[in-house]
Design a protein around this ligand. Structure first.
Ligand code: 1HN
Length: 349
């Protein structure tokens, strides 16, 4: 791969002189930082089975009290990046978080953006920016950059959710930090109610909400109903998919990562073209086979996998009689903003 000479080809005294002056020759590393044709991602197609992970998460509940952990999370780490770097992809962090009945994860805010996708259990809530958002299976709750958030649980069974953060990117930028706060004063609202009618936004006489993140909770019941209606109305549609958007702007719900819900019709196979962003698939309902190059993962409900960018992906509904529903997170908003977003045709051009 490296045909521009190696570092060792240079005289040792020359290299020592460069080093003493904090200088580095580019040419021995040029092919590594600019590989031909397409990147060589460290991100590997990786699968995490909920059935295998859940007992270990419950064990963490026995081993570590919430007061000590603050957030009780098992990180879904991609071995291609080294497990200790806690990345699912270059820009995405994934974790499964456990909250037990009666527990409280104290209020804080931080620079990375987070979302929660509720996996299991009822009765928990996340208060974001003063709004107490109830958590039910499949709900998407945003905790965007800078907003206070805390979690509590009034139910009687463990609650688990999937955290998706842009932490690896923000950390890489040396812009990651947090601030601890007091228990929030509860304000009216539960993160969603003002925006539950699609295409209709609250309109005070003087302008709009003025909030950068007006909608904080996207209930699964609404998302699922939207997908089913779309599938019924549009039999011609190849992909029955919705994007979680900011209802005031129509843009992505958050700045860096994108979030989507996809319905696969009974028996459907969907081929996704190779696109530059890495992506994550989490099965909300049904059974889905995910093929990422030579890898094949069979997702049962609550299972999660990730795929590197620049790779075609095939999703197949394992059921011939029932739809399947997938939550997707990707790095597309980031790639678009940076101008590096690409979709490649099947022939690699
Ligand atoms: C965080 O604040 C939460 O608030 C969860 O629940 C996971 C991972 C890294 C950094 C901050 C939470 C996190 C996190």
């Amino acid at each position: 791969m490296n045909d521009l000479g190696r570092l060792e080809d240079l005289p040792a005294d020359y290299l020592a002189e460069l080093k003493a002056l904090n200088l580095v020759p580019l040419w021995p590393s040029l092919r590594a930082v600019l590989p031909p044709g397409q990147p060589r991602p460290n991100t590997r197609a990786t699968f995490w089975a909920y059935k295998a992970l859940k007992p270990l998460l419950l064990k963490a509940g026995e081993l570590t009290p919430i007061e000590k952990a603050e957030r009780r999370v098992l990180v879904l780490a991609n071995p291609g990046h080294g497990l200790e770097s806690m990345k699912a992809s270059a820009a995405m962090y994934l974790g499964m978080q456990l909250l037990l009945p009666g527990e409280w994860a104290p209020s804080h805010r931080h620079t990375p953006n987070a979302v929660r996708m509720v996996v299991e259990g009822e009765g928990a809530w996340t208060t974001v920016d003063g709004e107490k958002c109830p958590m039910s299976r499949g709900d998407l709750i945003l905790t965007p950059t800078g907003l206070w958030h805390e979690h509590g649980h009034d139910g009687d069974q463990p609650v688990v959710w999937l955290d998706v953060l842009d932490l690896p990117l923000v950390y890489y930028m040396e812009a990651s930090y947090h601030i601890n706060g007091q228990r929030q004063t509860q304000l009216p609202g539960r993160g969603d109610r003002a925006y539950l009618g699609g295409g209709m936004v609250p309109t005070p006489v003087f302008g709009r909400s003025g909030k950068a993140y007006p909608m904080l909770r996207y209930p699964w019941a609404q998302a699922r109903a939207a997908l089913e209606a779309l599938a019924a109305d549009r039999p011609d549609l190849g992909a029955v998919q919705i994007t979680y958007v900011n209802p005031e702007t129509g843009g992505d719900a958050q700045n860096i990562l994108g979030f989507y819900a996809l319905m696969l019709r009974p028996g459907q196979t969907l081929q996704l073209p190779a696109r530059s962003p890495a992506s994550v698939f989490h099965l909300i309902e049904g059974a889905v086979e995910v093929a990422i190059e030579a890898q094949r993962f069979t997702l049962a409900e609550a299972d999660t996998c990730c795929a590197p960018g620049y790779t075609p992906i095939t999703l197949r509904n394992g059921s011939a009689t029932a739809p399947s529903f997938v939550f997707i997170a990707d790095e597309a908003p980031l790639h678009r903003k940076l101008g590096v977003y690409e979709v490649r045709e099947a022939n690699g051009q």
